[in-house]
Design a protein around this ligand. Sequence first.
Ligand code: GAL
Length: 648
Amino acid sequence: MLGVCYYPEHWPEERWSTDASMMADLGIRFVRIGEFAWSRLEPARDRFDWTWLDHALDTLNMAGLQVILGTPTATPPKWLIDQRPDILAWDQNGQPRRFGSRRHYCFTSPAWREETARICLIMAKRYGDHPAIVGWQLDNEYGCHDTVLSFAPHCRSAFQSWLERRYGTIDRLNKSWGTVFWAQDYQDFAQIGLPHQTVTEAHPAHRMDFWRFSSDQVISYNRMQAEIIRQHSPERFISHNAMGLFHDFDHRALAADLDVITWDSYPLGFTDQRMGLDEATRARLATSGHPDIAAWHHDLYRGTSEGGRFWVMEQQPGPVNWADHNPIPAPGMVRLWTLEALAHGAEVVSYFRWRQAPFGQEQMHAGLLRPDGVPAPVVDEIKRLQHDLRKLDLGAKTSAPANVAIIADDASHWIYGIQPQGMNFDLKALNFAFYSACRRLGLNVDVLRPGADLTGYALVIVPSLPLLPKALIDALAGYKGKVVVGPRSGSKTREMQTPPELAPGSLQTWLPLKVIQVGSLPPSVDRSVVWRNKRYRLAIWYEHIESDLEPEGHFDDGSGAVFHTGHWHYLAFWPDETFLLDYLESIFEELDIETMRLADSLRLRRLGDLNFAFNSGPEALKTPAPDGANFLLGGDEIEPRDVAIWRN
Ligand code: GAL
């Protein structure tokens, strides 16, 4: 169940067999290679050097390792960019991006599509049935370094055609967008530019369609690669490695063209830099990461994949190089993260990277081996982990559906990016707050994409979906359990307009209330929500509601904040952590679902007949297992950064 990312082209050939046998000895079975190797595979147009890759594949194969081969398109080489500069993406300022790092291409560029098809076809034909290869990774981290949107001239004409296909006539576009505002009416699709470099913000409908267009470019680009590989490499799986806290394209659509979606887990980097946590919390979690950050993504990508299949393709094995601060993970955390991923249903956890590079942009990024080729201290953790895994037989276990589902998509992030209406309104944090509260209460959670089947869930949470896809409304119509809806849900139409019936839009079929005004708050404003005689801090967002329902909770001014009718619940504000714990706990109680309040650093997960408890904190904790539990790992106390597993 373990893998590693390896760059044979970084090391002398004489070393490869040593690396391969060290990997095998460590119990590693999968090796991903090749995703940044174009300049060594084709040093000049049509001059290929396959010898080294042939040799690397054979060396790994002989050690019994199975290879995931990357298509090398994340790094188009210098000679190619010089020959066809229109491959380059253009930034917001209308400047071509430059060669010298990676991901400098534009998804839309016709030249790039041609070159991608060429290299994929050549590689698929050459290696499609190589016995070492069990799967492919297409490209690497689409969108990393802010590369989904591109403002090149060819994007403009492609966007115009996309709009013409979508709207048919320019009058329809004008009407749908609402271009009468600020005299933005168009007479022809050919007049429409890309939404950048405008004096102040560009029209929201224009921006939203540009997001949709850009996401479509990623999807069709990926599909093109998938079709070529699939045709010439039958019986190998096709994957792509998605990122954490990243929503710049529609991942559900991407996953539909893959056999397995994978994601790259860097808990410390995410906790330090990307979660918007306050200074004190970041300090507390500096060497362990937030206890829910990896879990959230496991559940998210499990729900994104067609058949629930996912891998962790890159697991942080030590300090990374790219966050504001890059501490060394506390001893035990790499083992904990690995077991946690497997407990959430990952098929494989693969470490990034095998050996720390002494050169290049990522020379400060740890690997399993030190730059001098000697095992880093983390290798002892992996040996211990191998020992654990032999006892567990996790491969045979599957995730049973959870009691609670959270619905999330990518497009909502584009909408709030375009109209945040308050700089702290970050949907990633809101989704995460609901998730984290359920996990603190000891529950398994499924994260679903809108339109997924809701049958069997006792509770469905919609933290905030401004645009309610019809598939979701249809699924909710037949759903019998409880629903908690968060603020701003149903507040936009497809055209980025306010719905005529106001928010929460079509949810008013079940929730007889209307959002008549919304407000956002700067962090220093001190206001509250009172629910069941307890006062909670109100921050970030609140709404004024018109309704005949008697509110269950109120703002300081007495107006309604918490609403409930039948099995529908509405929160007219951004709920804080304490409120969510109390509120969701009461809902689970009504549903007869047993919860427990776990310590900050303790989390549970059930997989098949196994119960896992993860303690990512610095102190030993009592294991929340029943008396006489049959422990496979650990016991009544869980040591710091350790895991207990019992069966029932
Ligand atoms: C990922 C990427 C890898 C490497 C790694 C460093 O985003 O896929 O190539 O850059 O981060 O943490």
